[in-house]
Design a protein around this ligand. Structure first.
Ligand code: HEC
Ligand code: HEC
Length: 319
């Protein structure tokens, strides 16, 4: 990533944090939060966004892949949602989604794979939620210009409003950087040096997001057939052979909470996840070096983010 791009990313990062503190629409946020935890967004009422995106795991889940509401096989590992509003490219391998509102329609009514299973039943969402007095009130005050109508459009905008606040910037690493202090342990400091230096990790996992928001091929092999899917990454969207097996660099913030790893959940541990990188991009590392890298990655865990009561399942009481 170029210096200019990196400075821009840091600037946007600070700006969004400021905006999320002052300008955001409280009602849209509260509404989005309720919707995020509501299984009525799925065909058989069994699956909410939070079924796959659990706060305690930084909004990822513990499965390699998570089947859909009707048991359809899944394709990819559930990514965490920390700082998700700061990415231009959403998901493991897409470069044309306009933003979080559009993205939220993929799990709701997508068919590749089927997740919440509402394809063809979109009107059902408005009917179900419209029976609930609290939702009627919240939609009316969150979307006065839409006269409180409950549609996929207002649902997805409210979800976006919730997701915009999912900012994680208070890990031990951030605290030390802000205080201009070194990391606490020698091992973590060695890992940090390797990460930003010789190990070249930060060329792709660049701070502050610990992702360059760009696509790379770091697996040595051709696309893998797994769970009945052939996943060729970005080229499945662009149909450009040059994009074959390219995946967006995942953020390493909260990475100790988001196992298993890789787009197909094929790496169980951090050791495996690091070792799986192609040797052409990532020269062989000793076990000692890998341990120090992991000690560094542990400092990226943000406990205040995963315990923030504002992001947890809301109480039944109407706000
Ligand atoms: C069945 C599990 C499942 C459910 C339910 C689910 N997701 Fe996801 N989510 C995923 C997977 C898997 C991906 C990665 C998809 C890909 O890369 O193609 C993902 C990706 C995302 C992303 C992109 C993250 C990034 O780093 O770019 C966002 C945002 C998101 N989901 C939000 C939601 C919202 C909002 C809902 C509810 C409307 C939801 N998800 C429901 C599994 C799920
Ligand atoms: C050329 C870019 C690049 C470099 C250099 C790189 N990575 Fe990655 N890293 C990626 C991409 C892309 C993935 C996702 C691969 C996939 O799922 O197919 C990834 C995945 C990971 C994961 C798994 C994260 C998750 O949520 O699934 C970890 C951990 C990781 N990298 C750590 C490192 C470390 C440590 C280094 C330095 C030794 C490093 N990476 C160097 C691009 C890179």
């Amino acid at each position: 990533m170029t210096r200019v791009k990196q400075i821009r990313q840091i600037f946007v990062f600070v700006l969004v944090i400021m905006q999320s503190d002052i300008g955001a629409n409280e009602v849209q946020f509260e509404l989005g939060r309720r919707l995020f935890y509501d299984a009525d967004l799925s065909i058989n009422g069994t699956m909410s966004c939070a079924t796959c995106h659990e706060q305690k795991r930084a909004f990822s889940d513990g499965n390699s892949v998570h089947p859909g509401a009707l048991g359809d096989p899944a394709k990819r590992n559930v990514p965490g949602l920390a700082n998700v509003s700061l990415y231009k490219n959403l998901t493991w391998a897409h470069n044309h989604l306009s933003g979080l509102a559009e993205q939220s329609l993929m799990p709701i009514r997508g068919t590749d794979p089927v997740e919440m299973g509402m394809n063809g039943y979109e009107d059902e969402i408005g009917k179900r939620l419209g029976q609930n007095a609290c939702y009627k009130k919240l939609f009316a005050s969150a979307f006065p210009e839409e006269k409180g109508s409950i549609t996929l459009s207002t649902v997805s905008r409210a979800l976006e409003s919730f997701e915009k606040r999912l900012i994680s910037e208070n890990s031990l690493y951030d605290q030390k950087k802000k205080a201009n202090q070194p990391l606490a342990t020698k091992e973590a400091r060695e890992g940090e040096k390797l990460f930003f230096g010789q190990g070249k990790c930060s060329t792709c996992h660049s701070a502050p997001l610990f992702s360059d928001d760009d696509f790379h091929q770091v697996q040595p092999h051709e696309s893998v057939v797994k769970y009945g899917f052939r996943d060729s990454g970005l080229s499945d969207i662009t149909h450009n052979p040059k994009d074959k097996n390219l995946f967006r660099t995942p953020s390493l913030r909260n990475v100790t909470l988001t196992q298993p790893y890789w787009h197909d959940g094929s790496a169980t541990t951090l050791i495996e996840a690091i070792q799986k990188h192609d040797l052409r991009t990532n020269r062989a590392l000793s076990m000692k070096q890998i341990s120090s890298l992991i000690a560094f990655l542990e400092t990226l865990t943000d406990n205040s983010f995963v315990n923030n009561p504002d992001f947890s399942k809301p109480s039944k009481e109407c706000p």
